[in-house]
Design a protein around this ligand. Structure first.
Ligand SMILES: NC(=O)c1ccc[n+]([C@@H]2O[C@H](COP(=O)([O-])OP(=O)(O)OC[C@H]3O[C@@H](n4cnc5c(N)ncnc54)[C@H](O)[C@@H]3O)[C@@H](O)[C@H]2O)c1
Length: 273
């Protein structure tokens, strides 16, 4: 997600510093951005010069303290782990200017809780991009309890300047996107668990009957079954409502390491053979 956000911001004319823990991770990110820009050149959507200018606007750093110094907006996209994000937010805050806005791309962690670990809760906001970032238009902008209207306005304009369509939501578990999507995916898994239909047939019903471009189980594999389980647990714990209980089949598949595309096996098989 981080390389996608950097790609789109740089292509929109912003100077970007991409930060990760190692030079290898940064090289992989730049290679991905270069490949994705190259694909756009091949399709005639941008010129060679646009590609070169976009890449020239991205610098990289393995030091958060150095990398964020000049930033007006920092968009955090580290792994979905509150303790890690807390550490990152506090490190970032110690190195940025007073006016700097701290945004998180979290899919499910409370923005209000993240804001609470900083001394500037009014300048903390969710910027929830969707995968793949260069293609998906939506940015769900998540207002924490104390996020100021001025900060919301800046982030709304920034999202538009990045060619995205911002939609404001308030900070509740799962925001809107995952609160609506994950129960549907979970119910699709229950259909397989209870023998109502095969994964292929569940997906076929939703594609042909509801005009979904991708069935819920194919989508779950794409997102990652571990990620789906984590988000369902956030909904379940956050609302204390049994309607969000993860299907036992989902729990079993994650325990078995069947995580979807990234592990080669989920509801479908993605191994090379
Ligand atoms: N994958 C998706 O479809 C998706 C969609 C929307 C939002 N998100 C959210 O975006 C965030 C990132 O997800 P992802 O799928 O890109 O994860 P990822 O595991 O692919 O990337 C996380 C990156 O953070 C880096 N990182 C970890 N610790 C770090 C540290 N201390 N300092 C600097 N960098 C560090 C890792 O090296 C890695 O490159 C999560 O909060 C996730 O919930 C993901």
């Amino acid at each position: 997600m981080g390389n996608g956000i950097a790609h789109v911001a740089a292509q929109s004319g912003f100077s970007v510093t991409l930060i990760d823990i190692s030079e290898e991770a940064l090289s992989r990110a730049i290679a991905t951005i270069t490949k994705n820009l190259g694909r756009m050149v091949a399709k005639g959507k941008i010129s060679d010069e646009d590609q070169a200018n976009t890449l020239a606007r991205i610098t990289t750093s393995t030091s958060i303290e150095q990398g964020v110094k000049q930033a007006d907006v920092v968009i955090e996209a580290v792994n979905e782990n509150f303790e890690l994000k807390k550490k990152i937010f506090q490190t970032v805050e110690a190195s940025v200017s007073e006016h700097t806005i701290l945004a998180s791309n979290t899919s499910s962690i409370s923005i209000t809780k993240l804001a609470g670990v900083t001394k500037r809760p009014e300048k903390v906001i969710g910027m929830h991009f969707f995968n793949p970032v260069p293609i998906m238009k939506l940015v769900e902008i998540v207002n924490g309890l104390d996020t100021s209207k001025e900060v919301y306005d800046v982030i709304e304009q920034l999202s538009k300047d990045m060619g995205k369509i911002p939609v404001p939501v308030n900070d509740f578990p799962g925001f809107v996107s995952n609160r609506v999507l994950m129960p549907m995916i979970n119910e699709a898994i229950f259909c397989v668990h209870e023998g109502v239909a095969t994964p292929e047939n569940v997906d076929e019903v939703m594609k042909l009957g509801m005009a979904h471009p991708m069935g819920p189980l194919r989508l779950a594999d794409f997102i990652g079954l571990d990620v789906c389980l984590d988000i369902l647990n956030v909904l379940y714990d956050g609302f204390k409502d049994p309607k969000y209980r993860p299907c036992p089949l989902l729990v079993k598949m994650v325990d078995a390491g069947k995580l979807g595309d990234k592990s080669g096996q989920g509801f479908y098989n993605y191994s090379k053979n």
